[in-house]
Structures are given as structure tokens and as C-alpha cells.
Design a protein around this ligand. Structure first.
Ligand code: HPA
Length: 319
């Protein structure tokens, strides 16, 4: 038994009242910034609840919990073309985002016009639901010349271009309920969970190559230029995508164990004359071709994680 929250088309987002919440105007973002960063986070200086505080998100979590018969322990965030991983959930309680109180929109990306803190919402709601482990997936282009289309990369570390550029989903007031203001990321992608992932892959005789590699992020929606790809490669990144790192940071901050993997949907080209520029159709097609293998893998992985849940905490977060 599990709880599955279905996505709705982007066009619905624009019709919804949450448009007010989508700070194309920077409105709410400004509000978050106005707060004292040492504030416990529940209420901002102007009396409005910080939208990613526990106080703001608890009603959303309560709504979901009241409708699920079991308390979920493992969360999955699906990347481009990998939404069918959600079909693995049996005896699902299906909830529509439209019916859930709060500003939950599912996985959002910078290129959709959302500020980074929006990425914290679903992850923090998962935390309030009691989720202890999260599997975060995305589609990526491979910078590492040894990688092939269809390979999997277990993320062992990241180069967070957003963070280095001064952008984080956790900027603004910090709600200490979720985690400390300052935190390290050395054990974000733990060896242990990657080891479990390899065991799960072996069990299901996963036929694709699995690498441990470094993920980096670009904001999109354009794919990266040749000069950018060369730079990212020189910096030591193995793959580049447009998501996963901010979600992983938010999860780690609040003590959720992260297993992130990336599906290589295209090989990055370092030649201007390449006749194989990346395109979204290719990304979706590769994801579609790999989805059955990935479903088997994720299914085995979730079982392994469930059997290995323990009370270990990270970041001093014991909730
Ligand atoms: N770059 C960024 N994001 C991506 C890519 C890419 O080449 N492929 C799939 N997502």
C-alpha cells in the first residue's frame, strides 16, 4: 500500500490559483528573502507563513496522511520520461495535486519559471509524511566519454553550478525543524545506498552499465553549449542534467537518505560540427526504451531499502 500523487499537465498549473504562488514576479520569493535568516522559519517578518516552513506544509502532509492507509517510508522523484516508475506502486492511493491543500506542484524545474525554493516543497512534505529514504532520478547527457546511451550513473557527488553561483532552494529563512542553517554534503550520496543499488541491479540481472559518477546541473531549457560542456567536463563532471541536485540537497538537509541515479539519454558532443545535437524527443525516447529495465531495478531497490531501513540520522536531524 502506498500513496501516489499524480501530476497534472503544465497548462493546468497556469489556470490554477497557484499562479499567485508562482513568483514569475518574484513576489513570494521577495517575501522569503525579507525574513531574517536566523528566524525559525514559521512566520516571516510581515506575518505571512514561510511557504516551505513546517507550519505551512503540515496541512498538506496531514491531508495526504489522512488518505493513505500506511505511512510511506520511501519516496521516488521521477525524471524526464521516467514517470512510469510510479506505476510500481501497488495498492496505490491516488491523489491529484489539484485537491491537495498547499502549493504542491510535483517536481518543478528552474526552466519552468519556478524559483529554486519551490523544489523544497514536495521533498519537505515527504519528510513530514515520515519518508526516510528518497530515490531521485533524472535524464542526463554524458560528458564522460566512457559512458553510453542507456547507461545508469549512480550519483556519488555533484558539482552544483547553482549553489556555486549563489542559488539554493534553502536560501531564505531556515526552519530548524527540518535541519540546521549550515550543513555539510560529504555523505549526501552515501556509499551504502549506492552499494545497495548495485546489489539490486545484480539481483534483477540489470543489463546496462552502471557507473558511479559526478553529476552537474545546468538551468536549461537550452542544452549546453560546446564551450560549457568542455568546461563542465574539465571540472570533473561525468554527466549534466537539469534537476536532482537541488532536490537532493533539500532531502539531505532534513535527514532523508538520498539515492540519486541518472539515466544517460544522450552523449554530449564537444564538436561544433556535430550532427547529433541533443533534443528532447531523443531524451524521451531513450527513457521510454529503458523504462522496463528501470522499473525492475527500482522495484528491487525499494525492497532492499525497505529491508535496510535503520534509525541512522544525518545532519544531527533526529526527527
Ligand atoms: N543536458 C542537460 N540536461 C539533459 C541532457 C543534456 O544533455 N540530456 C538530458 N537532460
Amino acid at each position: 500500500m502506498a500513496c501516489k500523487i499524480s501530476n497534472f499537465p503544465a497548462s493546468d498549473i497556469c489556470d490554477s490559483e497557484w499562479l499567485n504562488f508562482i513568483p514569475f514576479s518574484g513576489f513570494k520569493y521577495t517575501i522569503r528573502k525579507m525574513a531574517d535568516s536566523t528566524n525559525v522559519g514559521a512566520t516571516l517578518t510581515n506575518g505571512i507563513k514561510d511557504p516551505i516552513s513546517r507550519a505551512a506544509l503540515q496541512p498538506t502532509a496531514d491531508y495526504i496522511l489522512q488518505r493513505c492507509e500506511m505511512k510511506p517510508l520511501v519516496g521516488i522523484i521521477c525524471g524526464s520520461g521516467l514517470g512510469e516508475l510510479g506505476d510500481l506502486v501497488t495498492n496505490a492511493t491516488n491523489l491529484n495535486y489539484n485537491d491537495i491543500p498547499g502549493s504542491l506542484l510535483g517536481r518543478v524545474h528552474c526552466y519552468e519559471g519556478f524559483p529554486l525554493w519551490h523544489i523544497a516543497l514536495p521533498v519537505r512534505v515527504m519528510k513530514l509524511l515520515g519518508i526516510r529514504n528518497i530515490i531521485i532520478t533524472n535524464a542526463v547527457g554524458a560528458l564522460n566519454p566512457l559512458y553510453q546511451v542507456g547507461d545508469l550513473m549512480l550519483v556519488k557527488d555533484h558539482i552544483n553550478m547553482f549553489g556555486l553561483g549563489g542559488q539554493s532552494p534553502l536560501q531564505g529563512p531556515n526552519d530548524e525543524y527540518f535541519g540546521p542553517r549550515f550543513f555539510d554534503v560529504n555523505q549526501l550520496y552515501s556509499d551504502r545506498w549506492r552499494h545497495l543499488a548495485r546489489e539490486a541491479a545484480k539481483e534483477v540481472e540489470f543489463c546496462r552499465s552502471i557507473h558511479d559518477g559526478v553529476l552537474t546541473i545546468a538551468g536549461g531549457p537550452n542544452y549546453e553549449s560546446v564551450a560549457e560542456l568542455k568546461m563542465l567536463s574539465m571540472l570533473g563532471a561525468d554527466c549534466v542534467g537539469m534537476s536532482s541536485i537541488p532536490e537532493s540537497l533539500v532531502a539531505h538537509h532534513c535527514g532523508i537518505q538520498v539515492l540519486a541515479f541518472s539515466l544517460v539519454t544522450n552523449l554530449c558532443t564537444f564538436e561544433y560540427s556535430s550532427n547529433q545535437p541533443p533534443n528532447h524527443e531523443e531524451v524521451l525516447e531513450v527513457a521510454n526504451q529503458c523504462k522496463d529495465d528501470l522499473k525492475k531495478f527500482v522495484s528491487a531497490l525499494v525492497k532492499k531499502i525497505s529491508l535496510n531501513l535503520d534509525k541512522t540520522t544525518i545532519n544531527g536531524n533526529h526527527k
